[in-house]
Design a protein around this ligand. Structure first.
Ligand code: FAD
Ligand code: DLZ
Ligand code: SF4
Length: 508
């Protein structure tokens, strides 16, 4: 009897486990565009378009490769609206009595498949370099989980940038050479852009009609939507941007949205690129003398270090992880996150580019929008839903640990040793935002004071019971304690007034 082979919208690789385990001669592949997946958060229209267009093109590849494939489009009249119901419908149609799946990247779907009224075998997703078991074994017995140590093990295991048993160049991590502030100009035009073909145009029309009201601009749409295009986008980055990737990794600029970043996370996350091919391409650029070690090491660390590490955390911690709120923050997400007017240039720029591109780079996500939400005391569940919705690369296994853990410290410091908070000084050092801002980054309190300055001290004061003993925050608390008492009172009063104004929806 035939089996169904489920391929989800972020599993678009011919090497995906369920396809590898299936029998092309008798099994039936099921792919489905369904309301449950397009609606579990108000996804950015570009994200929905990317996933649906790439699904349709991948389905064509599978058909051309000889697979019997049943594909449900979002507007098909028989569409039942959920992955499990689509599987049941296709089982009835084909007589199949079991399903082969690759483990989804979200507990919600893992549980739904586990509870489905048809046996579903969920195979390990081996697109990653570390399995769940590898990560659990590494984490077992450790007092704290630090990416750097996990990363070293991954270097040894994969052999990337290794010189025998030693790291290439003698040190594991070249971050001290990176983190340069924003330069005057960038000599890279940004990620490769692709003109929508017929399939993509059809999807864009569908998304416009159904999801045009979601936050985010659908057009222009230039993402790669198949493997060939994604590989060209990777090559374009390796040639044009990788050499300076490390230097300006943390910089932010008013007029340069992508700087030297790769913008390949959407392709990696939906299966159009494989982490090994990406790292091999970067390593080759180093071997050929095309890109320096600080850039290549930094880039490979993001992929075999951070990306694998956060996935390990998501699956180690279980389904409750995204709902953690160890700092007990309860405020609502301010309207500025959904495009509401603001006088803060840094926030305005980060949100504007998120709306237009469905993309912001790591430091914008961490030190602008993430930092502001944390300082403002926003409930991390709301922050999590925002990040899951608005970025084209957002899938829960990668988004939740980055948001809930790294950015909001809502897991109490499972893998970040202290919260990523800063006053305006950091943003000023790393960007040109403050030069065109209505606020003055140098003013700590009173008329024109930068909101990040006020909120930073207020956050420390408010969270003293939970963070005061953290040894890595000792200096910050000592500086706060040395401040004149009247000034501290004024900062707290002004910060609280600002938070109240934000809560009332006033322009801040
Ligand atoms: P580059 O800077 O060019 O880096 C290269 C690659 O390294 C990325 O494509 C990505 O695959 C990987 N990478 C780098 N940093 C991380 C990281 N911290 N975690 C996982 N992979 C990483 N990344 C996502 O892929 N999806 C998300 O939903 C997501 N949400 C985030 C939310 C917050 C609050 C923060 C602070 C970070 C988040 N990140 C997320 C991580 C990071 O911001 C993005 O991976 C990166 O900005 C993608 O752009 P890029 O391809 O240009 O990356
Ligand atoms: C993100 C997404 C969207 C928008 N739509 C679909 C869809 O219609 N069908 C589908 O199979 N997958 C979709 N996805 C990706 C899933 O949400 C993703 O597989 C899970 O979140 C697990 O990572
Ligand atoms: Fe942002 Fe403050 Fe700088 Fe304005 S002055 S851009 S609010 S950090």
């Amino acid at each position: 009897m035939s089996r169904l082979v489920l391929v989800l919208g972020d599993q678009l690789s011919p090497e995906i486990a369920a396809l590898k385990a299936a029998d092309k001669g008798r099994d039936v592949v099921v792919m489905a565009e369904v309301a449950d997946e397009t609606g579990y958060v108000p996804h950015h229209p570009k994200k929905i378009a990317l996933v649906l267009a790439a699904m349709r093109k991948f389905a064509e590849e599978l058909r051309a490769d000889g697979w019997d494939l049943r594909y449900t489009q979002l507007d098909d009249s028989a569409n039942s609206g959920s992955i499990v119901r689509e599987l049941l419908r296709r089982a009835e149609e084909t007589g199949a009595s079991e399903v082969l799946a690759t483990e989804p990247g979200e507990w919600r779907l893992i549980e739904a498949l586990g509870e489905a009224p048809i046996p579903v075998k969920q195979l390990a997703d081996d697109r990653f370099l570390a399995s769940h078991n590898d990560f659990e074994t590494w984490a077992e017995g450790r007092k704290s989980l630090r990416m750097e140590y996990f990363y070293r093990e991954m270097r040894r295991r994969t052999g990337y940038l290794m010189d025998g048993d030693d790291p290439e160049g003698g040190v594991w991590n070249y971050d001290s050479e990176n983190r340069k502030p924003a330069p005057d100009a960038i000599d890279f035009a940004g990620p490769m852009q692709f003109t929508p073909d017929e399939t993509v145009e059809e999807v864009l029309d569908l998304v416009e009609a159904r999801f045009g009201g979601n936050f985010g601009d659908l057009r222009p749409f230039h993402f790669a939507t198949d493997r060939g295009q994604a590989r060209r986008a990777l090559t374009h980055f390796i040639k044009g941007a990788l050499p300076k990737f490390g230097d300006y990794q943390d910089a932010m600029m008013n007029d340069e949205r992508f700087l030297y970043h790769a913008v390949i996370s959407p392709y990696l996350n939906i299966g159009l690129l494989d982490p090994s091919e990406v790292c091999a391409a970067a390593e080759e650029a180093y071997a050929k003398g095309h890109a320096p070690l600080n850039a290549v090491e930094g880039f490979i660390r993001q992929i075999i270090g951070w990306r694998e590490f956060v996935r390990g955390i998501y699956f180690l911690e279980g389904p409750g992880y995204p709902r953690q709120n160890k700092l007990m923050q309860q405020r609502k997400l301010p309207a500025v996150y959904w495009g509401g007017e603001t006088r803060m240039t840094c926030m305005a720029k980060a949100v504007e580019q998120t709306r237009e591109e469905a993309y912001a780079h790591h430091i914008q996500r961490l030190m602008v929008t993430g930092n502001f939400a944390l300082l403002s005391g926003v409930n991390p569940a709301e922050v999590h839903e925002w990040y899951l919705a608005v970025y084209v690369d957002a899938f829960e296994w990668v988004e939740a640990p980055n948001t809930v853990g790294m950015s909001q410290f809502a897991d109490g410091g499972l893998f970040a040793s202290k919260p990523y908070v800063s006053s305006g000084a950091y943003i000023n050092r790393m960007s040109d935002y403050c030069k065109s801002c209505a606020y003055d980054v140098g003013t700590k309190v009173g008329e024109g004071a930068c909101p990040f300055n006020l909120l930073y001290w207020n956050f420390l004061d408010r969270q003293r019971a939970r963070l005061g003993d953290n040894p890595r925050m000792g200096n910050m608390y000592r500086t706060w304690d040395r401040m004149d008492g009247d000034k501290r009172e004024q900062i707290v009063a002004e910060a609280e007034a600002l938070l109240e104004a934000l809560g009332r929806g006033e322009v801040v």
